[in-house]
Design a protein around this ligand. Structure first.
Ligand code: SF4
Length: 142
């Protein structure tokens, strides 16, 4: 299917198709993508979720409240998005491992695959809540 249709390898699509792509260790992907995720600032194509939140880039499962658009994002309110934009997947990985004990799988297809696995782990933790991981039901499956 990925060879016949254009599929954006993000969000839950990676749970379906990620296993069919070559896998790399998390450290390898992090060293390949040392800069911030500039995809987040791309407004050429975007979505609005069912709650009215803005989904930056094609990063399904990350959300910015509509009222927060047009001005710098608060690092306290958006700790994950801020880290991803400033330091990329490596910054998110360090935050998740150091603060919450995230343990990576043996391999991932893309940096976005690792990003989604980290966000999935963070979203389902009982002792924490990240407003930017929306819509709520997005992380309940898989
Ligand atoms: S690593 Fe995460 S924030 Fe960066 S482009 Fe991929 S899904 Fe978006």
């Amino acid at each position: 299917m990925p060879q016949r249709y254009w599929i954006s390898n993000g969000g839950r699509a990676l749970e379906t198709f990620g296993a069919y792509l070559p896998q790399k260790p998390a450290e390898h992907l992090i060293s390949e993508h040392s800069g911030g995720c500039r995809e987040l600032a791309n407004t050429a194509h975007f979505h609005i979720d069912l709650d009215g939140n803005y989904l930056p880039g094609l990063c399904a499962g990350l959300a910015i409240q509509r009222d927060d658009l047009g001005s710098p994002l608060s690092t306290e309110k958006y700790p994950l998005l801020s880290r991803l934009y400033a330091g990329g997947i490596g910054a998110l990985f360090r935050y998740a491992t150091n603060e919450f004990g995230f343990v990576p799988a043996a391999g991932y297809a893309l940096k976005c695959h690792l990003c989604y696995d980290i966000r999935h782990f963070l979203a389902l933790g009982e002792d924490r809540r990240f407003e930017e991981l929306q819509p709520e039901g997005h992380y309940l499956y898989g």
